[in-house]
Design a binder for this molecule. Sequence first.
Ligand code: HEM
Length: 215
Amino acid sequence: MKSISKLSHIGVANRKPLRVNKAFIFAFRVSIHLISAIWLGIVYYQALSGHLEGDPVQYLLDFSGIGTLHLLFASLLISPLAQWMKFQQLMRIRKTFGVYAALYALFHVWVFIAYELQFEWLLIASEIIERPYITVGALAALILIALLASSFEKIKKKMGSKWQKLHNFVYIAVIAGCIHYLWSVKSNWYEPAIYLSIATLLLLIRRKKIKNLFK
Ligand code: HEM
C-alpha cells in the first residue's frame, strides 16, 4: 500500500488546497454531536423503557462497543483524508469524533458495571483480572478515558509535548478494542476480523509515524 507521502505522483501534489466556509465545518461538527448523542440517547431510552426486543443489556453493550469502534475509525481516517484531499480544515472535526468515541466507551463500561454486573465491585475486579478479553477491553477503555480527560484546551497546553505522546496511545486503543471484540465472540469471528483489518489498515497508512515512535 502506498503511504500518503508517496501519493504525490498520482496528482495529490498538484491538487489545489481545499477550503470551505467556516460555517460548513461548524455545521459538520454540530451534526456529529447531534447524531452521536441523540442516537445513543434514543437507544438507551428504548432499553430502559422496555422497547427493545431480546436482551437489552446485551443490545446496549453491542451498540456502544461497535459505536466506539466506528467513531475511533472515523477519527483515525480524518488525518490521512485531510492530507490526501489537501483539506486542512477537516482536522477540526477529528476531535469531535475522538470525544464521542471515548464517551461511547464510557457508556459501554457503564452498562457493564451498572446493568451486567450491578455494581458488584469484587466481581467486576475478578472479571477484569481473570477474563483476558475484558482485560484488553479495560486497557482500551483506560486509554480512551485518559485521552478524553486531556482533550480540554487548558490541559493540552499544560501538558505541552507530552500531550502528543499520550495521544499516540490511540493506536494501541483501537487495536486493543478490536482484539477485545474478536476475543469476545464464540463464533462468527469474520465480522470482528474485518474490524481488526480496518484498524490495521489505518495504522499501516501512518506506519512511518508509528515507526518513528519506537526510535
Ligand atoms: C472495561 C472495559 C470494557 C468492558 C468491561 C467491556 C465488556 C464487554 C462485554 C461484556 C461485551 C459483550 C461480550 C459478549 O457478547 O458476550 C463487550 C462487547 C464488545 N465490546 Fe467491550 N468492554 C470494554 C471496553 C471496550 C472498548 C474500549 C471497546 C472499543 C474500543 C469495546 C468494544 C466492544 C465491541 C465491539 C464488542 C462486541 C459488540 C458486538 O458483539 O456486537 N469494548 N464488551
